[in-house]
Ligand binder design. Structure first.
Ligand code: NAP
Ligand code: MG
Length: 498
């Protein structure tokens, strides 16, 4: 899927911006009429004032979701009927992909190329894939004697709250909404305050696809108000959260202090990109190295910021990644030739530049990149050499376009350093030796290990974190359905024969 800059600019000037909450099948003001502003980070200008949902709005959405769940209009409808709605939604997303991608790019500062790929291909595919799964998901019959028939059935878990981050706004919505709807749940979605727009448009398209009122509600607002009201609501059965580790912890507390709802967490990371001494420092490897750190401006939970490289090849590696970093085009997100758009907000940009300054102050050697002067929140990709494990930028999630190289002596030191983190989301290993690759992959405590390429896997493979990167919940794959299904045993005594 492609788009020209002129086409994107044309769409940008004629967009209809959704700015109200979507509750029980209709757009609505917040109960107190309050709004918050969402800005375009490439210019710093306001895009829209969006309804800021209160606790009363969350209550109203939960009542609608519970009603739709209890009356079975979605939760107990025929699998084929639910499948048809999700397939139709996938089609509508493809038809509206350019408009959605421009909306997302304006709201988030992400490049139009990434937005178009994520939405036109991946988001649409998520609804299609989970739609297709609905009539292919079977329960079990347990082995019993002839005196019983034991059915193990999966049932939709109820009303779910889906709380989202800003870095992949509609993709993260799809990661959760598609399996939750496929499972038969009714949902409340809270998009991040920085990027509320495309989730609202998604709700409208879902209604057009035939989703019954009350099944998908979108509640824009701030974390402390709207997010907390969802976290503490007594009639929400499950929260699935993607965001920072700190806020993930709040949701566990909210659950503990309210109705003990189940909480699924996908959180931060400090992922290693490990290059062993036998690796071939090819253009392909270097492309993976820079992409793993700079993709989406480094605003990526699985960013491989810590690049752990054997000291025998570290100098050559540093030279090559520095040269590639200098080639990145940073600027207008609506221009398809741009590699990195704007950081999501001024505050976030300042947080990232603060880390860069700390990296220098603590003795890291900054070789290329840095913040831009002028309007918009732009940072040229940064490469640090000479990092040591105890430096702040080696330990804390930066969430910006920063790649740091830590030189190590041999595989065991590489593994030790890779494991020296509270996080456990992702790791990449480059080596030509399959035995060494598997040795590392089996020992790295993280949810995804990619070998000889940076990858998060795809729609078919579960994604989530060990340690402080996540709970046992997984997004993607058939595993994502497990977040939204209950398991019930039906034990039928049969009398044991004639
Ligand atoms: P965040 O600040 O934790 O926010 C995530 C969501 O929680 C937002 O909707 C936010 O609302 C809400 N929230 C904030 N404070 C809250 C509170 N006190 N109570 C209830 N809800 C609250 O994270 P972010 O900055 O949007 O996203 C970046 C983080 O997400 C990074 O740590 C990244 O690693 C992680 N992430 C993880 C994955 C994964 O799959 N593991 C994927 C993407 C991102 P507001 O928008 O109003 O703050
Ligand atoms: Mg915005």
């Amino acid at each position: 899927m492609e788009i020209t800059k002129e086409k994107a600019q044309g769409i940008a000037t004629s967009l209809t911006i959704p700015n109200l909450a979507f509750i029980d099948g209709a757009f609505a003001e917040a109960s107190d009429g309050n709004r918050f502003t969402t800005i375009n980070p490439a210019t710093g200008e306001a895009i829209a004032a969006v309804a800021h949902c209160t606790g009363a709005d969350v209550d109203r959405a939960v009542v609608a979701a519970r009603r739709s769940f209890a009356d079975g209009v979605w939760s107990r409808s025929a699998p084929e009927a639910r499948k048809e709605v999700l397939l139709k939604l996938a089609e509508l997303i493809r038809e509206n992909a350019q408009e959605l991608a421009v909306m997302e790019s304006l709201d988030s500062g992400k490049t139009i190329t990434d937005c178009l790929h994520e939405i036109g291909t991946e988001v649409a595919n998520f609804f299609q894939w989970y739609g297709e799964l609905i009539d292919k998901t079977f329960g079990k019959v347990a082995p019993t004697g002839e005196d019983a028939l034991a059915l193990v059935v999966r049932e939709p878990a109820g009303v779910v709250g889906l709380v989202l981050p800003w870095n992949f706004p509609l993709l993260m919505a799809a990661w959760k909404v598609a399996p939750a709807l496929a499972a038969g749940c009714s949902c409340l979605v809270k998009p991040a305050e920085q990027t509320p727009l495309t989730a609202l448009r998604l709700a409208e398209l879902a209604k057009e696809a035939g989703l019954p009122d009350g099944v998908l509600n979108v509640l824009p607002g701030l974390g402390e108000t709207t997010g907390q009201a969802i976290g503490r609501h007594a009639d929400i059965d499950i929260v699935s959260f993607t965001g920072s580790t700190e806020v993930g912890g709040y949701f566990l507390r909210y659950a503990g202090e309210s109705n003990l709802k189940v909480v699924g967490l996908e959180m931060g990371g400090k992922s290693p990109f490990i290059v062993l001494d036998d690796a071939d420092l090819s253009d392909d490897l270097i492309d993976h190295a820079v992409n793993s750190a700079f993709w989406n401006g480094g605003q990526n939970c699985s960013a491989n910021m810590r690049q752990i490289v054997d000291k025998r090849i570290a100098d050559s590696f540093i030279e090559k990644v520095t040269a590639r970093a200098a080639e990145y085009v940073v600027g207008d997100p609506l221009d398809p030739s741009t590699d990195i758009g704007a950081m999501v907000t001024q505050e976030h940009m300042e947080r990232v530049t603060g880390y860069i300054a700390k990296g220098c102050a603590e003795g890291g050697k900054m070789l290329v990149g840095g913040a831009r002067e002028g309007s918009g929140y732009f940072i040229d990709p940064v490469v640090f050499a000479g990092l040591t494990p105890e430096m702040t930028i080696s330990r804390e999630e930066i969430f910006g376009p920063v790649l740091g190289v830590l030189a190590v002596d041999g595989m065991d030191q590489a593994l030790k350093l890779a494991m020296d983190t509270d996080y456990g989301l992702h790791a990449t290993v480059f080596t030509r030796d399959i035995d060494r690759a598997l040795y590392m992959a089996r020992r790295l405590p993280c949810g995804t290990v990619s070998v000889n390429g940076f990858s998060e896997g795809d729609i078919k493979t579960p994604f989530g974190g060990y340690k402080r990167s996540g709970s046992l919940a997984r997004d993607n794959g058939t595993e994502a359905l497990d977040q939204y299904l209950q398991t019930k045993t039906i034990w039928i005594s049969t009398g044991g024969g004639a």
